[in-house]
Structures are given as C-alpha cells and as structure tokens.
Design a protein around this ligand. Structure first.
Ligand code: HEC
Length: 438
C-alpha cells in the first residue's frame, strides 16, 4: 500500500518536473534568480560591478555575455570548493538554475507577459528591511585621483555615545563601491577622555610612499582593537545569530584601511560602516583571531615565510586551539602570489574537520565565509593552514616581472605576501552545532 502511494507520488512529481522543463522560459521565470544572484553586485547605484544587471533590458542587452559567464562559472564569483566545505553565503547557481537561464537566453531571452513585480536584490538577507542603527563614516568625501595608481588610505572615524551597544550586524558602507578594492577596519575603545579622538590627520594617503611618522599617529587607535573585520566586493552584512554579538564601547575610533583600485578618472569616495544593534546585550561575545602573517604564529610558518622567485612553493602553519570553540566565519587571506589555500582542524582524537579549500586563489575575489551551522573545534585541536604560492612568470597576477623574492614586511601592501587565516568564533556551549547561520 505504502509503496503504491510512493510510486504514485513519484509519478506526479515526475510529471510536474517534465511540465516545468518543457514550458518555454521567459524573463518572468528567471527574474528572481537573476536579481538575487547578479544584482547584488551589478547595481546601477554604488554597485561594485562595472555595469548594472537589474532590469529586463540590462539582461537582454548583454544576454550573450551573461550566458558565457554562467556557462564558465565565472559569474557569480565563488572561490571555495563546495565539496570540501560549503558555506551559508555560497552564491553559486545550482545546475537547474543555470539550465533555466541558458534555455531562456537560447530561446531569444523573451520578456514574457505576466510581469512579476520588480524585486529588489537582498544585499543583507538576514537584516532585510532594517535600517542601520548607526552609521559611522568620514565627514568629507575623499578624492581618489584618476592617475591609474592603486592606493592604500587610512581613515579615522571617531565616535562617542551615551551608552554601549551590542552589535548584531556590521556592514561596510560606501557611496562608490566600484573604486574600493577591499577594506579592513577596526574598532578601538578610547575611554580616556583626555585623549582627543580627532587629533592628527583625518586620513593618511599611503599611495606614494609609506610615511612612518604619519602612520604612528594612528597607533593608539590600532594597538588593541575590540573588533575588526573587512569588506571585499560581493560581501554583505556580517551577522551574528541569537545570543551572539560583540559590544561597541561608548567612545572610540574606527580606523578604515581602504585599498583603492587604480582609476583613470577622479572619483569621490565616502567610506563608513553601518551598525545594527541588538535589543539585549549579547550573552555570547564573538571574537576574531588572526593566525599567521600579522597575527598569532607568524614566526611558526614552516618553512620560513620567504617566497623564492621562479618556483611554486608551499608553506604551512599549525596552531593549537586552547578551548572548545564554535566557529561562525572563516576568512582566508593571501595576496597576488596565492595559488591554493587550505585550512582544516585535526582533533586530539585525530578526526579531521574541513574548514576551507580555495583551489584557485584569486586576490580579486576574497570573502568572509559564513558557516552553515556553527562548527565546533574541540580544545586541543590543531588548526592547519596550508598556502601555496606561484612566484613564477606564469602567474599573470605576479606583481614582479621578472619574479623577485617576496616576504611579509608587515606593512601589508599588496606587493608583500601573507599567509593569514582569520576566525570569528565564540567559546563553545552545548548544542551550538545546531545553531544555523543560514
Ligand atoms: C560578487 C559580486 C558579483 C556578483 C554576485 C556577480 N557579479 Fe558579475 N561581475 C562582478 C565584477 C566585480 C565584475 C568585473 C570583473 C572583472 O572585470 O574582472 C563582473 C563582471 C561581469 C561580466 C563581464 C565579464 C567580462 O568578461 O567582462 C558579466 C557578463 C557579469 N559579470 C555577469 C554576471 C551575472 C550574469 C551574474 C549573476 C548570475 C553576476 N555577474 C554576478 C561582480 C559580480
């Protein structure tokens, strides 16, 4: 009896699937996918991609190109190998979605009749329809000179409030994202009211030469941050579920380190951060830790982190976890010589916990990867980080021609190299494995 029922159900399912497949695709059928998977970056205002893909006309006009980038999986960009570890913010198209779009384009990309209302791209799926509670941004737009040079600029943004706040979400803000290559920013508490939060230059343009004396001005704002994070094209809100969050102090400074892309024309840029508050103080404080270059275990990278020219070489780092931890995000980082990034934990019982594998590292496409569910790393586990670097002339991204020996000088310019792995985590509590971040 049961099996007959199942059989019938199966038949019905098959029938509906077949109906769907033979039905000619119109824009109405693929609109939701295209908007949610493409328009997040391809926006007409402050988008980070070179042209908008928001309306039927936008897609129709470039349909040939759209087909090509979807077929080759160049778009939407997604670097990690999902078979090793998959993430909540995976933006790849499923094979069914790909098929639907390609079919639609092959049939001439018709618009279709029953127009579905225009949908907006959700850039912050977990905090949709919420306005930020606080935006901290620079006062005056910075002019990015159109001299075709990339530049690193540091900005300091002071803040002073009546009370502390618990952070539920952090979102990089910019009026003009396409000139921003990537950003790191850190929050530092300055309770000492004798310290003037506005002392020194409002920004330091590091483009031409590193001026150490100038940089020293910001040292008090950078030595002991309470939290730091970053933004890369495509990244949306960093979000903490349930009781998780971190505490923004009453008084302090945010320092933004902005890597601007080279541009041919002068561009205005305002940078800042949107903060979303939680109603209740977080019972579970999230922390960020940086392993490798510029962080813990910098000197333990094996072999010594000096990348010889004209060869492909691999470096690794092992760091022990002192306490049971629950991972929310992982954030791998290398520069232009990066080729392959792998991270996993090995427990004291010798079980392997895969964390992330990026088989074709690309400096242009970096990201903070949000776990689907919290991942427990038991105390005594070893985090293994393995980075492979291509310092040959075959690497089109190699900044040196001919290739030169490269190492980490600590001032984090793109010509340096790094092997860094950042983790956002909280101390583990029973049941965390079931906490979803999707
Ligand atoms: C994470 C942000 C992001 C998402 C999501 C994204 N794009 Fe892009 N796209 C970009 C950026 C940035 C570029 C410019 C890349 C470059 O020049 O290397 C680009 C370039 C392109 C190009 C031009 C390629 C070329 O060869 O010049 C096409 C076409 C395109 N995207 C289509 C799409 C489609 C279709 C989707 C959705 C299925 C999509 N993109 C999703 C950021 C994004």
């Amino acid at each position: 009896m049961k099996s007959t029922l199942l059989y019938l159900l199966g038949l019905i399912l098959l029938a509906t699937l077949t109906v769907q497949q033979t039905h000619a695709q119109t824009y109405q059928d693929v609109k939701q996918i295209l908007i949610s998977k493409c328009a997040v970056c391809h926006k007409s205002t402050d988008g980070e991609a070179p042209f908008p893909l928001e309306t039927y006309q936008d897609f129709k006009k470039r349909s040939k190109m759209v087909k090509e980038v979807i077929q080759t999986s160049f778009m939407p960009p997604w670097m990690p190998n999902p078979h090793y570890q998959d993430f909540a913010n995976n933006r790849q198209l499923s094979s069914t979605e790909k098929e639907m779009i390609i079919k639609w384009i092959d049939s001439g990309a018709p618009e279709g009749k029953n127009k579905v209302k225009r949908q907006v791209a959700a850039s912050a799926p977990l905090l949709t329809d919420r306005k930020p509670d606080l935006t901290l941004k620079i006062d005056k737009p910075f002019i990015v000179k159109g001299n075709n040079k990339e530049r690193f600029v540091l900005f300091r943004v002071p803040f002073e409030m009546l009370e502390e706040n618990t952070i539920e979400g952090v979102e990089f803000y910019s009026n003009n994202k396409k000139v921003v290559h990537h950003v790191n920013y850190m929050f530092t508490s300055i309770p000492d009211i004798s310290m003037d939060l506005k002392a020194g230059d409002p920004y330091i343009d590091n483009a031409e030469e590193t001026d150490l004396k100038k940089l020293m001005q910001y040292e008090p704002y950078q030595t002991n941050p309470i939290f730091y994070t970053g933004w890369v094209p495509g990244a949306s809100v960093e979000y903490y579920p349930q009781d998780f969050g971190w505490t923004l102090p009453k008084r302090g400074v945010v320092v933004f380190t902005v890597h601007y892309s080279a541009t041919a024309t002068d561009e205005q840029s305002v940078v800042g951060v949107n903060l979303y508050f939680k109603k209740k103080p977080a019972k579970r404080q999230v922390r960020i830790i940086s392993l490798g270059s510029g962080g813990i275990g910098e000197r333990d990278i094996y072999p010594r982190f000096v990348i010889p020219p004209n060869q492909v070489s691999t470096f690794s780092l092992k760091i022990r976890t002192p306490e049971d931890q629950s991972l929310l995000y992982v954030w791998p980082h290398m520069h232009y010589l990066g080729k392959d990034f792998l991270a996993f934990a090995v427990t004291a019982q010798n079980d392997t916990i895969p964390l992330i594998h990026i088989p074709n590292w690309n400096f242009e496409w970096q990201e903070m990867y949000r776990m689907k569910k919290l991942v427990k790393i038991p105390a005594g586990s070893t985090i293994n980080i393995v980075g492979t670097y291509d310092n040959t002339a075959n690497n089109p991204q190699n900044p040196n021609s001919p290739p030169k020996q490269v190492y980490s000088t600590g001032n984090m310019t793109a010509k340096d190299e790094m092997l860094t792995f950042l983790l956002i985590y909280a101390p583990y509590q029973e049941g965390d494995e079931n906490v979803s971040l999707e």
